[in-house]
Design a protein around this ligand. Structure first.
Ligand SMILES: [Zn+2]
Ligand SMILES: [Zn+2]
Length: 252
C-alpha cells in the first residue's frame, strides 16, 4: 500500500519510480534481511542452506535417492512398488531438516506469511515435470477450529500463486475437513489410521472428471495427501497430483 503510493509519487515528480521505491524500501531476503534483487526471494546464503531435492528421485513420489546412484530415467522407490500411492505423482521442493523447519515453523504458526513467496516458487520449480496441467489446484484443507486459531491456512497461501501461475482455478470449498486432535502418531500406519475419514467431499460435481493438484506445506508420511486423494477419487476425480514445500525423508 505504502509502496504503491511511493511508486505513484515517483511518477508524479518524474523520478524513476523503481528508484524511489528501491531507495526507500530495498528488497530484502525474507529469512535474514540481506539485500536481494527481487522482493521476497532468498539471498544466496539462505538458498544454499536448504537441501533442495534434485535428481535422482522416485519418478512417482519424488523420494530422493543418493546422488551417486544411476537408476535410469524412471526410477521407482520401494514404497511405490509395494504400496502404490493414490496420487499419480508427488513432488517436494526440499528435505525437512533443521533449516527448512526453522522457516516452516514461523510460517505455519508465527504469522510469517511473507515466506509463501519463496516457498511457492520453490514448489513450482520442483513440479516442473508435472505430467499434465491440472484442472484445479486444491490446498489441503484445515479444520475450522485450526483455521480459527491460526487465522490462515498456510497451504492456501502456497497454492494461490501456483494456481495463478498455472492459470487454473483454486478450489477451497469442495472438501471439508473434520477436526481431529494430533495424537503425535509417528509411524505411517498410525498416521493413516488417525487421518482416515477426516475429509469429505461436499461438492462432488466440481470434482468429478477433474485432475487435481493438491498443495501442502510439508509431507510427513504422505498419509494426509493419500487420504485426501482417496476421497477425491471416490468422488470421481480423474487424477490427483501433489506438491509440497518440504518432506520428511525416511530411510528406506
Ligand atoms: Zn537470506
Ligand atoms: Zn516412490
Amino acid at each position: 500500500m505504502v509502496k504503491n503510493l511511493i511508486l505513484r509519487a515517483g511518477r508524479l515528480i518524474s523520478i524513476p519510480a523503481h528508484f524511489t521505491a528501491e531507495f526507500l524500501f530495498p528488497s530484502s531476503c525474507p529469512l535474514c534481511g540481506a539485500r536481494v534483487s527481487t522482493d521476497g526471494e532468498l539471498c544466496a546464503d539462505c538458498w544454499v542452506g536448504f537441501n533442495w531435492i534434485g535428481n535422482p528421485k522416485c519418478s512417482v513420489c519424488g523420494y530422493p535417492f543418493p546422488a551417486n546412484l544411476d537408476l535410469g530415467t524412471h526410477p521407482i522407490c520401494p514404497h511405490c512398488y509395494q504400496m502404490p500411492s493414490r496420487l499419480k505423482w508427488i513432488r517436494c521442493a526440499c528435505v525437512y531438516d533443521d533449516v527448512s523447519r526453522s522457516a516452516m515453523l514461523p510460517f505455519k504458526h508465527g504469522g510469517r506469511i511473507q515466506y509463501a513467496r519463496f516457498m511457492s516458487r520453490a514448489i513450482m520449480w520442483a513440479m516442473r515435470d508435472i505430467p499434465e496441467y491440472p484442472d484445479l489446484v486444491m490446498p489441503v484443507p484445515l479444520a475450522w477450529r485450526r483455521l480459527f486459531h491460526r487465522g490462515y491456512n498456510q497451504a492456501t497461501l502456497l497454492a494461490r500463486p501456483i494456481a495463478r501461475a498455472l492459470g487454473v482455478r483454486m478450489d477451497l470449498t469442495s472438501v471439508r475437513r473434520r477436526y481431529r486432535p494430533d495424537m503425535g502418531h509417528k509411524t505411517a500406519s498410525q498416521r493413516s489410521e488417525n487421518i482416515r475419514g477426516v475429509f469429505s467431499v461436499v461438492a462432488p460435481d466440481k470434482i468429478r472428471g477433474r485432475s487435481i493438484l493438491l498443495i501442502d506445506d510439508v509431507m510427513t508420511t504422505g498419509a494426509t495427501l493419500n487420504e485426501l486423494a482417496r476421497v477425491l477419487k471416490r468422488a470421481g476425480a480423474r487424477a490427483v497430483y501433489g506438491a509440497t514445500f518440504c518432506r520428511v525423508v525416511h530411510a528406506i
